[in-house]
Design a protein around this ligand. Structure first.
Ligand SMILES: [Zn+2]
Length: 345
């Protein structure tokens, strides 16, 4: 791999490998030098030793380096894609329904769905929703209101909007007021997709997700009344700063503008005082807040944290050992902790 964020991808891959998280399947592959075999991240084979690992951004790169495909996880099944599936993907992305797409190809919708799952790991329906969400995002970036953008993107009647959008994008038509205008920015990072929302005072939301739709659903669930504005300079700067930190740039606490109960705000402020590379247990944080019995409440304040990284809830660990939970998935917490400890593991 030759991209700038190689180290970040490798670290993300190592963390994802620990839980066999399939989020990186199709984007990252690993080879084991002792066996000469390469695998998908989700391969159920025993975990190799870190020093025996090599990471690749494509099966072809693994093959070029002399590795052969694992017979268990079939990492090369993802490529090359049969031409009819390429055509199907093209149609779905352009807004053709899964049923119509199957009809155009002269096959049953269930057959198309099975082929999708085998080759790509997702269904035509999921791709259709992903593409809709992508169009939705593009219209928001053009400055269109949320409801109009959703309708234009193909959530084409009230019922469909209620069904699809509330399940997938997490929003309720008609639930949008004009009370909150937030800058909106989205970027692909080694941990998936990073979405930020900003007000004039600072970060309102920063979240991570596997797809733009997943992280958008989280944002809209938390701020159902927000109007989203096109990317402005302030939001662009915040997005860039957080992306850089995720790729290893020194951590800095960006200005935040978050709402919560008094106790949660105190917890979030205390989290910002834990330096990078350091961790506290929930009980230690409770003692620091002079609320020794509040370890559990601190846990829920961490889970409700709306701003990843700048409110570093990943720096709190359970007293019993291990790294504990993380709203944006435990493997991402492991990645952040290893990034900050400066270790290459
Ligand atoms: Zn394998």
């Amino acid at each position: 791999m030759t991209s700038k964020s190689d180290a970040a991808w490798v670290a993300a891959g190592r963390c994802a490998l620990k839980t066999r998280d399939a989020s990186l399947d199709g984007r990252l592959w690993y080879g084991v030098v002792t066996t000469g075999v390469y695998c998908r991240i989700s391969c159920p084979s025993p975990a190799p030793k870190p020093e025996h690992l090599r990471f690749f951004s494509a099966p072809s790169a693994a093959l070029a380096a002399g590795f052969r495909a694992c017979k268990r996880c079939r990492p090369d099944d993802l490529v090359p894609l049969p031409p009819y599936l390429e055509r199907a993907m093209d149609a779905l992305v352009k807004g053709v329904s899964p049923t119509q797409t199957a009809a155009r190809l002269g096959i049953a919708p269930a057959t198309l769905s099975r082929a999708f799952q085998r080759w790509l790991g997702f269904t035509p329906k999921q791709l259709e929703l992903f593409a809709k969400t992508d169009r939705f995002k593009a219209r928001l970036l053009d400055g269109q209101g949320v409801l109009g953008a959703a309708l234009d993107a193909g959530f084409n009647d009230d019922k469909a909007l209620y069904r699809s959008a509330s399940a997938y994008v997490g929003m309720r038509p008609g639930a949008f007021g004009d009370d909150l205008l937030l800058g909106f920015g989205l970027a692909a990072v080694p941990l998936g997709w990073l979405l930020v929302l900003t007000s004039a005072s600072g970060l309102v939301f920063a979240g991570l997700g596997e797809t733009p739709g997943e992280v958008m659903a989280d944002a809209v669930r938390r701020y159902p009344n927000a109007r989203l504005a096109p990317l402005d300079e302030r939001t662009g700067d915040a997005l860039q700063a957080l992306s850089a930190q995720l790729a290893g740039a020194p951590w800095q606490a960006l200005p935040i503008d978050v709402a919560g109960t008094g106790f949660r705000l105190r917890v979030w402020q205390a989290l910002r005082e834990i330096a990078p590379g350091q961790t506290l247990t929930y009980a230690e944080l409770a003692a620091r807040l002079q609320s020794p019995k509040a370890a559990r409440a601190i846990g829920s304040a961490c889970a409700a944290n709306p701003v990843c990284l700048s409110i570093p809830c990943h720096r709190v660990l359970p007293k019993s050992g291990g790294q504990g939970g993380y709203f944006w998935r435990p493997w991402r917490k492991a990645y952040l902790l290893s990034l900050e400890s400066g270790s290459s593991e």
